[in-house]
Design a protein around this ligand. Structure first.
Ligand code: ADP
Length: 319
């Protein structure tokens, strides 16, 4: 193997740049050539490749987003389109591809590997929705962004005796809501993995107020429903002024935290090593603070386990 390529795909996540930097510098250190692919699989099939050197990744370690840009490309689900991608990589003399993204990106990489391109995946998504790894790149930064917002909203919520409902990302995975809610001392955390009961929510809010709580923060994962509708309901039934805040794409941006930069650097370095060991169709992750790698299909088949114990701790701590 002499030449590798790298791309970012799917939703962007803070720390992707630190991962790109790690891949490029470790590869160059091992005398491999590196090509960057702009705009994910969409850029790959249109031949949007460029040569990267160590200066291509100067000054990006602390930057959010992805210098390679990202895109969604539904065409990549077609075999003939993937064959085109493999042909383009061959034309550039590229033997292997490292992709940074989520489960969709990994599925694309697995299928591409069947066409003779060695592929390795790095988990880049703020949702932390990949079960094979304890943490994904970008999750910690998103948590800190949400935590900061919770603290700001608590100040104003306390001043006005208001209930504050904060909608965070997580369509199928409540990890952002759970961790940020615990860290932010939220009175209620509503996630897709746990059934919730509106009467119980109202009781929690009113009990809190009657027990002298000055604020009431509810963290709602987007997959459960809309914050505006819930705020209207809570205000109507409880009689307390209730405001909804939808954090949206703010959660995706910003300078990555140290935890995300270190994680991205460790995983990026391992991805290059795996290629040098002749491995393909694998994803890199972290388990019990050890860098691990799994077969892509096996990794994607692992069922996600919601941390019920942590959820219970968060509930007790906020009473
Ligand atoms: P994520 O990687 O964050 O899960 P997506 O699900 O949008 O994001 O997937 C990113 C890209 O990966 C898609 O736009 C597509 O190009 C590719 N992809 C997703 N699913 C498949 C699939 N089943 N087969 C081939 N490529 C896929």
């Amino acid at each position: 193997m002499r030449k590798i390529a790298i791309l970012t795909s799917g939703g962007d996540a803070p720390g992707m740049n630190a991962a790109i930097r790690a891949v490029v510098r470790i590869a160059l250190h091992n005398n491999l050539e590196v090509m960057g692919v702009r705009r994910g699989y969409a850029g790959l099939i249109s031949g949007d490749l460029f040569r990267m050197d160590r200066h291509s990744v100067s000054d990006i370690i602390q930057r959010g987003g992805t210098i390679l840009r990202t895109a969604r490309c539904s065409e990549f689900k077609k075999e003939e389109v993937r064959q085109k991608a493999a042909n383009i990589l061959k034309a550039y003399g590229v033997d292997a591809l490292i992709v940074i993204g989520g489960d969709g990106t990994f599925t694309g990489a697995k299928l591409l590997s069947k066409l003779g391109v060695a592929t390795i995946g790095l988990p880049g998504t703020i949702d932390n929705d990949l079960a094979y790894t304890d943490y994904t790149i970008g999750f910690d930064t998103a948590l800190n962004t949400v935590h900061d917002s919770i603290n700001k909203l608590r100040d104003t919520s306390t001043s006005h005796d208001r209930v504050s409902i904060i909608e965070v990302m997580g369509r199928h995975c409540g990890d952002i809501a759970l961790y940020s809610g615990l860290a932010g001392g939220a009175e209620s955390i509503i996630v897709p993995e746990k059934e919730y009961n509106r009467d119980e929510l109202i009781r929690t809010i009113l009990d809190g107020k009657n027990n002298g709580k000055l604020h009431n923060i509810i963290i709602l994962a987007e997959g459960v429903g809309g914050a505006n509708e819930l705020a209207e309901y809570v205000q109507e039934i409880s009689g307390l002024e209730t405001r909804a805040t939808i954090l949206g794409h703010i959660q995706r941006g910003g300078q990555p935290t140290v935890a995300d930069i270190v994680l991205a650097s460790r995983l990026g370095a391992r991805a290059v090593e795996l290629l040098m060991e002749g491995k393909s169709a694998r994803v890199v992750g972290i388990r019990n603070n050890q860098v691990i790698d799994d077969d892509i299909d096996e990794a994607l088949a692992i069922e996600r386990r919601f941390d019920n114990e942590l959820y219970e701790v968060a509930r007790i701590l906020s009473q």
